[in-house]
Design a protein around this ligand. Structure first.
Ligand code: RB5
Length: 143
């Protein structure tokens, strides 16, 4: 599975923690789309870069982190085929996959602690989509 990850300045520290966590997990190829320091940055630029790559099928999953996760999720969900989930805990991270087949995880760097965020990332990557009635509902989103 290949993953593209990005953040603005407010998500930078958590993005760095997630990136090194992913690099240590076996079987994941990770690309860092920036930002690369804590200088103030506009979240839409990074969100379009990461979401566009997921939409184009270049990456299986994306992860976007800003202060709240809100701006990133708003931008990401404008991209065709992207199902971005703004998650706040283990339950929403697991259900974003099981019921919504989310392909992009958004988190708030000013909302979450590092420990829970890393567990959320692992759940997001490892939880399978349940399909069935949930597939029908996802098809209705596209319609
Ligand atoms: C930056 O201050 C903040 O507005 C941004 O990171 C994000 O939370 C926007 O949704």
């Amino acid at each position: 599975m290949n993953i593209i990850i990005g953040s603005d300045h407010a998500g930078f520290d958590l993005k760095e923690a997630c990136r090194s966590f992913l690099e240590d997990l076996a079987g994941y190829d990770v690309q860092d789309a920036g930002v690369y320091n804590r200088d103030s940055a506009d979240y839409p630029a990074i969100a379009h870069k990461v979401s566009g790559a997921v939409s184009a099928g270049e990456f299986t999953r994306g992860i976007l982190i800003c202060g709240t996760g809100l701006g990133m999720s708003m931008v990401a969900n404008r991209h065709k085929g992207v199902r971005a989930a703004l998650c706040h805990n283990l339950y929403t991270a697991r259900l974003s996959r099981a019921h919504n087949d989310a392909n992009l995880l958004c988190m708030g760097g000013r909302v979450l602690g590092v420990g829970i965020a890393l567990e959320m990332v692992e759940l997001f990557l490892k939880t399978p989509f349940e399909g069935g009635r949930h597939q029908r509902r996802i098809d209705l989103i596209e319609e």
